[in-house]
Design a binder for this molecule. Structure first.
Ligand code: WT7
Length: 658
């Protein structure tokens, strides 16, 4: 954890704390007593949370833990979509708004719970007609439009697993996810709005399914009126098949452990991992955390999570958690500066948003745009602010508190992962005296530790690896089709202790608050998105001019980390030409085409050699020193210690590609 040194010393100066106001604490959903209650009897505590859902058959036991495999609410049965939609209508809340949807061009849709019920039922009927049933996999690549939520909930209703793929992922990324899950159906749209302009979508998804034998149909939502290529017999318009369906649907109840979805995320190898989540435990923790962390009040709060539905945050905190809690949510299709940099604040003002949940990278972007922008809007409706995706630096935290929260809103810095399914470490807004930049402590019912390489707990003030030492309801149940990788990735490092290895570094401060320090593996975090160094390296070496590549995440003032690549060209490639700006641009575009624009390297440097140990392992730590303009650290384990001089010298000449 040598790379955390700088961060560690920065943090030691942070001693500001912000306790909740008495007024807020008095009305909060959770109190300090919840920690004690959960500690006294964890299973009883989780049973109490599961009781907030509607079960068609009550569970026999709360937890069966056969490490590393958990079953929660064993023997229980429920339908997730019923819990998110129908039960609220049955309870007389059909007229409550579920989604205030705001399209990027300014068009809007208001979807009540009664509307949502009809749409989900129609969609479920249409999927049935297309041959989708219990256990089938459905791939979804859609913009942030209501149909994305309808499609996910329709799958849940039928017991089919969705695999949502972020709209910015390339056709080949979509194809490999479809192949891995053997999806039967792809749901997509004609196009999507991108910074005010329609961009094609189906044209890309068609490339992905050109050669995927498992796909039987492609269901296409019309969003941008873009011309699309069409394959008769395979392709179906959403409005043709969904709109003519009956708006009721008889749901079936599924086992608590019935799979709900697969969501792919980057690991340390080139192949993304299909993280598998199931029903009862997942929904319990998604709903519980949304209730206590955001202090959500059904029928009163107006909640906005700015994530994309293609990431786990969109799954747990746009769809499942909020809907299970009968939230009224804002769903926004577009980018934060279309058509102007005040778009988010305009939306907060328009709908009276009370809870706003976003990512540090966006907060830093808002800082760059200036506080004059939020100042122009009435943000007085806001009550709670959230942050997720990467460590939030104290400066951004304070800016968020002052300029968005007007010094009046608790900030919850929520640590969790695709794998954890729901929030794990976070302040409780009515209880915790929060420190700027700290996720503070595990939620009631959750247990985490910071340990050394030897699994010894570090004391106050100590740093090490973050582990989860007890199973939790929303935990992943495996990696789709790869049990070995599941064991290896998460459970082998502290196998003896049975700890889940999160892949993050963390430290305790002297008061026992937890500070997350970033990844300790070869996973980068760019704007809160996980990208593996190996994935980008394989994309680079798939280009005809590249012989070898090493990729590091270098700290970046806006995106958290930026991707910096070092490449060695193949013999015979005209070196001067391949080092030129056009060639570098072509390489960056190549990565973008292979993986998606989010993986496009910020910088590519052509080098003669890469720093390697005698066993051939690339020393990324040294490359990170170079990429971050630091003095290069200890080179004694290098096979050839002059390599770093060569690289540094070469870079001084070649600085300045965009
Ligand atoms: C990784 C998980 C959780 C949804 C979004 C990202 C980092 C996440 C925080 C936070 C510090 C954080 C970790 C984690 N991370 N939240 N509040 N403070 N780091 O999900 O793509 O699965 O990434 O994001 O490094 O391991 P993900």
């Amino acid at each position: 954890m040598a790379e955390s040194g700088a961060t560690l010393s920065n943090l030691s100066h942070e001693d500001r704390t912000f306790p909740p106001s008495e007024e807020f604490a008095a009305q909060a959903n959770a109190t300090a007593e919840w920690y004690d209650r959960a500690d006294a009897d964890r299973e009883a505590f989780w049973a109490e949370q599961a009781d907030r859902l509607t079960w068609s058959k009550k569970w026999d036991s709360v937890l069966e833990w056969d490490a590393p495999f958990a079953k929660w609410f064993v023997g229980g049965q429920l339908n997730v979509a019923y819990n998110c939609v129908d039960r609220h209508v049955e309870d007389g809340h059909g007229d409550q708004v579920a989604f205030h949807w705001e399209g990027e061009p300014g068009d809007t849709r208001t979807i009540t719970y009664a509307d949502l019920q009809r749409e989900v039922c129609r969609t479920a009927n249409a999927l049935t007609e297309l041959g989708v049933g219990k256990g089938d996999r459905v791939a979804i690549q859609l913009p942030m439009i209501p149909e994305a939520a309808f499609a996910m909930l329709a799958c849940a209703r039928l017991g089919a697993l969705h695999s949502v793929v972020f709209g910015g992922f390339s056709p080949s990324a979509l194809r490999s996810r479809i192949e891995d899950a053997e999806a039967k159906l792809l749901i997509t749209s004609d196009g999507q709005y991108r910074r005010g302009k329609p961009a094609p979508m189906k044209e890309n998804t068609d490339q992905a399914v050109a050669d995927t034998p498992t796909i039987e149909h492609v269901l296409v939502v019309k969003r941008t009126e873009t011309d699309v290529p069409w394959t008769e017999g395979r392709d179906v318009w959403w409005h043709d098949i969904v709109d003519r369906q009956p708006d009721t649907h008889e749901y079936e109840s599924f086992d608590s452990e019935h799979p709900l979805y697969i969501l792919y995320t980057s690991g340390t190898t080139g192949k993304p991992k299909g993280i598998l989540h199931t029903s009862g435990g997942y929904l319990t923790q998604a709903a519980y955390t949304h209730h206590v962390v955001f202090d959500h009040k059904p029928g009163e709060s107006v909640y906005w999570c700015t994530a994309d539905i293609g990431w786990v945050t969109g799954h747990s905190y746009i769809v499942y958690g909020p809907l299970a809690n009968r939230a009224t949510s804002v769903m926004y299709e577009g980018t934060p500066n279309t058509p102007h940099e005040g778009r988010h604040w305009e939306i907060v003002q328009k709908y009276g948003v009370t809870i706003y949940y976003t990512a540090p990278t966006l907060i830093r972007t808002f800082m760059k745009w200036g506080k004059e922008i939020p100042e122009k809007y009435d943000l007085s409706s806001l009550r709670v602010l959230g942050s997720v995706g990467e460590p939030i630096n104290p400066e951004a935290w304070i800016w968020y508190r002052e300029n968005v929260g007007r010094n009046n809103c608790p900030i919850v810095d929520t640590w969790w992962q695709t794998e954890t399914g729901a929030i794990m470490i976070s302040p409780l807004p009515g209880v915790t005296a929060a420190k700027p930049g700290s996720a503070m402590r595990p939620l009631p019912g959750i247990s985490a530790e910071v340990v050394t390489e030897e699994a010894e707990p570090v004391g106050p003030g100590g740093g090490g690896y973050l582990v989860l030492d007890k199973p939790w309801p929303a935990m992943l149940r495996g990696i789709w089709g790869d049990e070995e990788r599941y064991r290896e990735t998460y459970w082998s490092r502290f196998a003896k202790q049975g700890y889940y290895f999160a892949g993050d570094g963390a430290k305790y401060d002297d008061d026992g608050a937890i500070w997350l320090l970033g990844r300790v593996d070869d996973v980068m975090n760019v704007s809160g998105h996980r990208i593996s160094t190996t994935e980008v390296e394989s994309a680079l070496v798939s280009h005809p001019t590249v012989a070898e590549a090493a990729v590091v995440g270098a700290s970046d003032p806006t995106t958290g980390q930026g991707i910096v690549a070092f490449v060695i060209l193949r013999g015979g490639v005209a070196q001067d030409e391949a080092k030129g700006a056009d060639a570098i641009k072509a390489l960056r575009d190549h990565v973008s085409k292979e993986i998606g624009p989010i993986a496009k390297p910020r910088q590519i440097m052509v080098v003669e050699e890469l720093p390697k140990t005698r066993s051939g392992k690339i020393m990324r730590r040294l490359l990170r020193d170079v990429a971050e303009n630091r003095e290069v650290g200890d080179v004694t384990t290098l096979a050839d210690s002059s390599v770093m001089d060569l690289i540094s010298a070469g870079l001084q000449e070649g600085k300045g590609d965009d």
